[in-house]
Design a protein. Sequence first.
Length: 489
Amino acid sequence: MSNPEKLLRDHISSMVYDPVKFVKFAFPWGEPGVLKEHAGPDTWQHNLLTRLGQELQKPEQTAIRFATASGHGIGKSTLVAWIILWFISTRPHPQIRVTANTREQLLKTTFRELAVWHKRAINQHWFTWTATKFYLNEHPETWFCNAIPWSAENPEAFAGLHAEHTLILFDEGSGIDDIIWEVTEGALTTNKVVWMSFGNPTRNSGRFRECFGSQQHRWITTRVDSRTAKMANKELIKQWIEDYGEDSDFVRVRVKGEFPRAGSTQFIPSDLVEQAMRKTLPDDPLATKIIAVDVARFGDDQTIILERHGNRVLPLSKYRGLDTMQTAAFVAERIDALQPDCTFVDGSGLGGGVVDRLRSLNYRVIDVQPGSRPDDPEKYANKRAEVWGRMRDWLKGDVQLPPDDGLKASLTGLEYGYTGKMTIQLEKKEDMKKRGLASPDEADALAYTFAEPVRAIRDVILPPGYARRDVALTARPRGLRRDLDWRVL
């Protein structure tokens, strides 16, 4: 009498060089349930799995490297899950390591997708899934896959891969630090190691970009346009193309799976800034008056107090070495002199002390938290990226900037990329310093003037007992409309 379990093991072990056959066999394609309307892998997935099996059959004893750049929503994490299940099911005592651009992406998306497909697999009873480890029940210590969040400060977790059968998977590889790539490279000490990196091509530099450039001879590369993928949201893609243009970097990265143009990681083009610095606009006494403050965090950073009158930015006030009390005193002096419609203060870090001091003196200020949730989380990673985006749009109009070299450098020096969720993320100040640039303090101060929409207080009738500095008029989202209303601060 035949043993069904032995037949299953023998049949799956015969697929060691055929991941396509495994994927088609292991999951209930076309059967009642979530896969009822699906016949199998998408075309791009089928082609990549086929090439992977072919490469493993070649006699050359070298590492096999795949790099796949793609648009958004094509099913990368699904493919990663299939590859893990195939590799761990067909090879004895393998070592499999998986990482992603962020801990959240790794544990809540990449590795959780493995749990989804594990439950659908015909051999699911062989394995156990946990939040960070997937292992064969019979040999949990030697037959497993680990989800390992990376750290640039502690890259040793990616060193020393010595198993005969080794698989390394990078999800959103464009966002993984170069040091992790370098340590992984040094760990390729066994023959036939399989190293696969997937990601949206969000950065025009780094090791993922090099897979398609200077190191292309070492990698088998693939580009996947979202428009050709079955799983992609075609309506959303159509909207992106209408909003940004088919040849925009936004569509190149999110849809076409192409890297940004050379130099296009500069968030604000130099010509916009230079044009604004050549402009001279007349003073408008009815223009909205805003003060914004960027508070210095480190010894070589500057505290900036900036005034914007409508579309005109006045010469900046810059200070070094101030404590929070001194900074608050200078800001209070400018509020008394200008009587602005609104005052924004960067309240993160040491700025929190400035906000507290001004409020204790009964000055009405709005605390801007750069790392907080943006109004448009579908487009921006955080509030700082959002206010910079609004500032960039403003610079495209008829505006005047003071001829300030520091302001120009800080506006044009900042680079950007995209998160794993394809939201715009700005370069960190620390990373700018590593590139030899100063902290963009002046530009941050200008950006904070766009933290909330503001109208001149003179345009509204104030309640009895309230002075000009006590009220701001802001726009708040209400459904699909943006209506104005005044509020007491």
